[in-house]
Design a protein around this ligand. Structure first.
Ligand SMILES: O=C(O)CCC(=O)C(=O)O
Ligand SMILES: [Fe+2]
Length: 338
């Protein structure tokens, strides 16, 4: 079967007049509606940036365990820091990966000053003292991907027949993106690299190494297809907030990573472009021909899609990091019925 994941060049997104190119918008709409995944090239990384970041991620995961555990996310009420191999849960089972989670650097809100439970997600990151180069390289990467996320969000609005700044208000004043560097480590008996799931942000931009193993479940046929490594390209997929905003015209495509063979490893860097925590994604007015192909959101008893982003994000963090949630937020979990 031909590679079902469309490849798009961001360099061709706008014409000389600064407007989006209609052919780019058609390609983007087709990719995201039909497949829910695309690969993006020419997105403005500096020469050597991807290679340098990848090498630093290698070095992070090669640090002595004590240096990684110094950033243990169980010490962070904000779900930031290092998760040991096998301690993240997806689809009810442990993932065969370790990771470092980060998000915009923020001071924690003083106790008692929250206007909503999701404010607990605001706080400082944990960076490795043993590898000081990692922080600036990751922040340069998240700066770049914030710009790519902004541009793609505008292109998505335009390809849905909306004004390109349609979603700007939801992102203005502090989008709460989050990111992670990830290493999969294969062992006998692994069930999953990461189990089947949809991402809970707006758009995901992911760099994968050349190992392979990422698979997408096509929205219509539910067939699993490989997302083949394309060196330097960003894998783009839709998150739940965009599904909510488009009544499912753009669906948060389910995906998974197969376990590495015993002894094998794989690395990736995820960037989950997301609106402000307090932003609510109202359904957009779709043109009739697109509305006719919008089935509504895919709710299940195991996963509600919550229109206020902070609520949806909290759902995701509580589910995937139950140890952190139980240690710091047991009462809140009970209150929210999680
Ligand atoms: O590592 C990958 O290729 C995918 C990771 C992923 O789906 C996630 O972290 O949400
Ligand atoms: Fe994902």
């Amino acid at each position: 079967m031909a590679d079902p994941i469309p490849v798009l060049s961001l360099a061709g997104a706008r014409g000389a007049d600064g407007r989006f190119d209609p052919a780019f918008l058609d390609g983007l709409r087709g990719a995201l509606h039909e497949v829910g995944f695309a690969q993006l090239t020419d997105y403005g990384s500096a020469p050597g940036q991807v290679e340098d970041l990848t090498a630093l991620c290698d070095r992070f995961f090669a640090l002595p365990a004590a240096d990684r555990l110094a950033l243990d996310n169980r010490r962070s009420p904000h779900f930031r820091g290092y998760t040991r191999l096998g301690h993240e849960i997806t689809a009810g089972h442990p993932d065969a990966r370790e990771q470092l989670d980060f998000a915009p650097e923020q001071a924690p809100r003083p106790a008692g000053s929250w206007d909503a439970p999701f404010r607990l997600l605001e706080g400082p990151n944990q960076w490795p003292a043993a590898l000081p180069e990692l922080r600036p390289a990751v922040l340069a990467w998240t700066d770049l991907l914030g710009r790519v996320g902004t541009e793609l969000t505008r292109a998505i609005a335009a390809c849905l027949g909306l004004a390109e700044d349609h979603f700007d208000p939801q992102f203005r004043g502090g989008p709460h993106w989050f990111g992670k560097i990830i290493r999969y480590v294969g062992a006998h008996g692994d069930r999953q690299g990461v189990g089947p799931h949809a991402d809970w942000g707006f758009l995901t931009l992911l760099l994968q190494d050349t190992t392979g193993g990422l698979q997408a479940r096509l929205p219509r046929t539910h067939e699993w297809v490989d997302v083949p490594p394309l060196p330097g390209a960003l894998v783009v997929n839709i998150g739940e907030m965009l599904e909510v905003a488009t009544h499912g015209y753009l669906a948060a495509t389910v995906h998974r990573v197969l376990p590495c063979p015993p002894g094998g490893t794989r690395q990736s860097v995820g960037f989950f472009w997301s609106p402000r925590l307090d932003a609510t994604l109202e359904p957009v007015p779709l043109p009739p021909e697109l509305a006719a192909e919008a089935p509504g959101v895919t709710e299940s008893e195991h996963n509600a899609l919550l229109p206020r982003f902070g609520d949806n994000a909290l759902k995701g963090w509580f589910r995937s990091h139950p140890e952190v949630a139980a240690r710091h937020h047991a009462e809140l979990m009970e209150e929210l019925g999680r």
